[in-house]
Write a protein that binds this ligand. Structure first.
Ligand SMILES: *Cc1c(COP(=O)(O)O)cnc(C)c1O
Length: 482
């Protein structure tokens, strides 16, 4: 028996590499990351996946050398599909991933602190709660508000909706009478969250939008009155502070007033747009956000952090707690009146990655100034593109409110959707920049989303050049690209 234990120990100790081994691995991984980042300006924003993209390395009894693994990652992961680190990624909602974010993750994983319970890791929880309070102040919430650092905007929205459901006492029997108000432009993760929260049968009212895709407030009022008269229960209104399609900001202040009159929970989805609040000049666009009950805001978009960090901010922490706390005998040591709330009591997670570190480190190292500048730059770049693309003969949607806009080419003959589908395909095959498309009211549009800290004037210029060349080729006027 003792021999067996010793044998096992010898093998198990392989899990603790020697300092020399650690150094070697560190150096290899760092060299890989350096190589990637040193080349980032030249890497494509999109690469067609290799013919056979399947990974060759099975999980086996014996370990493999780091070189082989990194070679596989380079070939099969980092050169296939969208390159979200590229400043030429102008589709969906990019962010880029500031480097100290990676260092924060490294530190959090190396020390293996987790940020679920204050009693267990007071420093980690303090950092996370401080970050949440900082964001609460950013949106204008009062002292005592809190929320949670989740993995992204989808979970942030889910936590808000779950809190709203319990706060308003919507039990199963009442779900079919509960009414949710949003625009057709609201992010689909809201409906997903409602379904996950057991509210899939709630009544959803899609409130029409104005010419700039913002919620039409008189339609909202009319719908609320009708629903109330019908004996339904107006429950939740979701306003967008920066929609994914066009960056539209709903009239938050007016929505807040109606939410007050009709007793609705007012949630703002600011996953994409929230951090534009850092630019003083634009705070006015978001007027009324401070009157909401909850906000979703994504540091992995607006603070350019690597993916994996979305925040929910909630005014009524007690309601958030009551929707998420849990008790277990094996957790009895953690139950007391601690100075800081524990994230595990305010979200679905218990043991969780100390993700605050990836946000705290960049904010502390850089300070806020470069973030503000980058955000202002993104909006200006989008406006610049808006002007230039029209000069290149494109049709545009509404003037961009933030850093997302829609546009398309209208050929004098032939199908406009087909033409623009081909144009997006042309851009994708070229690969240097990446653009995505959308359909609004049945109309096909190309989207430009400027949200990577690595996107500057040169990247926008390249995008315009590629679009012009694409149009020429599709019209049969230009050289056929290889
Ligand atoms: C990105 C986004 C979401 C979803 O957030 P994830 O971080 O992708 O889960 C929700 N709402 C809006 C407006 C978004 O832009």
């Amino acid at each position: 028996m003792p021999d067996k234990i010793q044998q096992l120990e010898q093998l198990a100790r392989k899990l603790e590499p020697s300092p020399e081994q650690r150094n070697a691995w560190n150096a290899q991984v760092q060299a890989y990351a350096d190589d990637f980042l040193n080349q980032i300006e030249n890497l494509n924003a999109y690469d067609e996946p290799p013919e056979d993209g399947r990974l060759n390395l099975a999980i086996e009894e014996e370990g493999k050398p780091m070189e082989r693994l990194l070679a596989e990652v380079r070939a099969k992961v980092d050169r296939a599909g969208i390159n979200p680190a590229s400043g030429k990624h102008l589709g969906y909602v990019p962010g880029g991933g500031v480097f100290p974010g990676a260092l924060g993750d490294y530190l959090a994983a190396a020390t293996n602190r987790y940020s679920g319970i204050f009693f267990a890791n007071p420093g980690a929880v303090r950092i996370e709660n401080e970050l949440i309070r900082w964001m609460c102040r950013l949106v204008g919430y009062p002292e005592g508000s809190l929320g949670n650092l989740a993995s992204g905007g989808s979970i942030a929205n889910l936590i808000a909706i779950t809190t709203a459901r319990d706060f308003r006492g919507i039990k199963a029997a009442r779900v079919e009478k509960a009414v949710v108000y949003l625009t057709p432009q609201a992010h689909h993760c809201v409906q997903k969250a409602l379904r996950i929260a057991g509210m899939g049968e709630a009544v959803i009212r899609y409130i029409p939008t104005d010419s700039r895709f913002r919620m039409d407030i008189s339609c909202l009022r009319k719908q609320l009155e009708e629903d109330q008269a019908q004996g339904l229960e107006p429950f939740l209104v979701v306003g967008s502070a920066g929609t994914t399609d066009t960056g539209a900001v709903d009239p938050l202040d007016e929505i807040a007033t109606l939410a007050g009159q009709f007793g609705l929970w007012f949630h703002v989805d600011a996953a994409y747009g929230g951090f534009f609040l850092l630019v003083d000049e634009w705070r006015e666009k978001f007027r009324g956000i401070e009157r909401s009950d909850s906000v979703a805001i994504d540091p992995h978009k607006g603070l350019f952090l690597p993916y994996g960090l979305g925040a929910v901010l909630i005014k009524n922490v007690k309601a958030q707690y009551e929707a998420h706390y849990y008790k277990a005998n094996y957790m009895q040591d953690a139950e007391a009146d601690w100075e800081e709330a524990s994230p595990a009591d305010l979200s679905p997670e218990l043991t969780k990655h100390f993700r605050g570190m990836r946000m705290w480190l960049p904010l502390q190292l850089f300070g806020l100034r470069p973030f503000r500048a980058a955000l202002e730059e993104k909006v200006m770049l989008c406006r610049h593109f808006y002007q230039k693309v029209q000069k290149a003969g494109f049709e545009v949607g509404p003037e961009p409110e933030l850093s997302i806009m829609i546009f398309r080419y209208r050929p004098t003959q032939g199908d406009i959707t087909r033409f623009n589908e081909h144009l997006v395909e042309y851009v994708r095959r070229d690969g240097r920049v990446f653009l995505s498309s959308t359909t609004i009211d049945g109309e096909y549009w190309i989207r430009l989303a400027v949200m990577s800290f690595r996107t500057h004037k040169r990247e926008i210029g390249l995008c315009l050049d590629i679009l012009r060349a694409g149009v020429r080729q599709l019209l049969g006027q230009g050289p056929v690209a290889g």
